[in-house]
Design a protein around this ligand. Sequence first.
Ligand code: HPA
Length: 231
Amino acid sequence: MFAIIGGTSLLDCRIFSGWTEETVETPFGTVTVKRGDGVVFLQRHGSPPLPPHRIRHRANIAALKELGVHKIVAVNSVGSLTFSLEPGTLLVPDDFVSPWHIETFFDDEMRFMIPVMDGNFAHEVFVACREHTMAVRMGGIYVQTIGPRLETRAEINILKGFGDIVGMTLASEATLAMEMDLPYASICSIDNYCHGIVEVPLTMDEIRANVTRNLSTIESVLDTLITRGLS
Ligand code: HPA
């Protein structure tokens, strides 16, 4: 069984509407998932939704481990740090930057995980995306900020030296998944240019419009992965 983790864009996703809800107790809190055939869906923000800086990542990943999930495909909304990566594009990252905020299960033991994203799994997810859109890129660096506010122009000026896209969730989830030996790959939905990358001022309306625009492609990719399963 594999898991799909989604964010606010998948709050009302048609795919999971008929699936049965199930609660999982973890040492970090109770988590609700929806179960399909060979797959579970986890809404990372919970219900009612918690803002990005308060998401209970440890409860989420521990719940998936508890359920016996063997792989995680996540959908993450991001901004672009590069003019050539236009909103409307999908990107499957192969590394991340988040040295200022590190989630861990290893608070009470001396364990030092060396974080490496699973390249073969990322490629498998990329291939599924490519079946539905030409606007998808394999590889790139995700920079995680803390949120909930977006970044200042000055911050983006610094961050564009660090990576390709910015979001508030992937590094935390990927780190915890690695600590639990769960391969994790993400479909990043590029929903805006980061603050100051283009002349046109960034607005939440622009972000919301692009989320909607990318959603139908992402739903098709998820349909494909659910029908086909993961290796
Ligand atoms: N910054 C951080 N997180 C985001 C952005 C952004 O520009 N767009 C979507 N999620």
